[in-house]
Design a protein around this ligand. Structure first.
Ligand SMILES: Nc1ccn([C@@H]2O[C@H](COP(=O)(O)OP(=O)(O)OP(=O)(O)O)[C@@H](O)[C@H]2O)c(=O)n1
Ligand SMILES: C[C@](O)(CO)[C@H](O)COP(=O)(O)O
Length: 261
């Protein structure tokens, strides 16, 4: 694809607003088990973070990727990304590295703070979702560009979900208080796409103490701004526990056979 059609076009000679992806990659990966920070662990021989950066950079509209590195690992992440350049399909997408914080929310806030002024659309994508298809990234970005302030890819929930009472001590049976209607539930993924101003306000207004919000769209909901869902993808799953890594390796191996990469 020619470079001039990859990113937003200039109108009347003025630079057009651009889309950036912020990739929080500063988590330790405690649930995956001991080892390097999760984003730096290999998947098919290549760090998970590199897969995630390539996945969003392949999207036509993304012209900047901001990687949020572990607090003590920004230099190592910069080196890693230099050693794994973007494929030609990513065109002239820039990749910046900033340092993350103690929660996902704080890490995303630091990525947002680093964005240049000409960015008007922001996709926030977990490094821990390395296999998201480019079509999902494009669909989210397109929905924001079409006017939705907050867009989230999501899938129907396969299991029945129970709500429990808070405060049950660990190891004790948990009392069930409700069974939400499953057909009304969705499991949400990333990239979550936002109008930049809306996402910046959500982060500015959100409390910073504690565990932080588990996703960015939830913070936008608290502003009273509408959030809409678009179809997610099974391969955009999050690598959280060891079995997820087994699945990710299998998906990647299948892609290498069917797609030849
Ligand atoms: N302080 C943090 C915590 C999480 N993340 C990022 O947020 C994404 C989703 O988080 P999760 O899958 O929970 O990653 P971890 O926090 O690393 O996992 P765990 O909770 O098992 O430690 C990941 O890409 C992770 O690197 C981050 O940038 N900064
Ligand atoms: C943002 C997210 O991936 C949406 O499903 C998820 O909420 C991240 O949660 P985690 O606890 O940081 O894994």
């Amino acid at each position: 694809m020619p470079d001039e059609t990859r990113h937003a076009e200039a109108i009347d000679g003025a630079p057009s607003p651009r889309t950036a992806a912020v990739i929080p990659a500063a988590g330790r990966g405690v649930r995956l088990g001991r080892g390097a920070p999760k984003a730096l662990r290999p998947l098919g021989g290549t760090p998970m973070l590199v897969h995630a950066v390539r996945a969003v950079a392949r999207a036509r509209t993304v012209s900047l990727v901001v990687v949020v590195a572990p607090p003590d690992g920004a230099a190592a992440v910069r080196t890693l990304l230099d050693e794994h350049p973007l494929p030609q399909a990513a065109g002239d997408t820039d990749v910046m590295v900033v340092t993350g914080g103690g929660t996902r929310q704080e890490s995303v806030a630091r990525g947002l703070a680093a964005l240049p002024g000409d960015i008007d659309t922001v996709l926030v994508h977990d490094a821990a979702r390395p296999l998201v298809p480019v079509e999902t990234v494009e669909a989210v970005a397109a929905a924001v560009r079409a006017g939705a302030p907050a867009v989230v890819p999501a899938l129907p929930v396969a299991d029945t979900v129970k709500q429990i009472a808070p405060g049950t001590p660990a190891g004790e049976p948990e009392p069930v208080v409700a069974t939400p209607e499953r057909s009304l539930l969705r499991a949400v993924q990333t990239p979550q796409g936002f109008d930049r101003t809306v996402l910046a306000k959500a982060h500015a207004d959100a409390p910073r103490e504690g565990e932080g919000a588990t996703d960015d769209a939830g913070m936008v909901e608290r502003l009273g701004v509408p959030v809409v869902l678009v179809p997610g993808h099974e391969e955009a799953f999050k690598v959280t526990r060891p079995l997820d890594l087994v699945l990710a390796e299998a998906v990647l191996a299948r892609r290498r056979v069917t797609d030849g990469f």
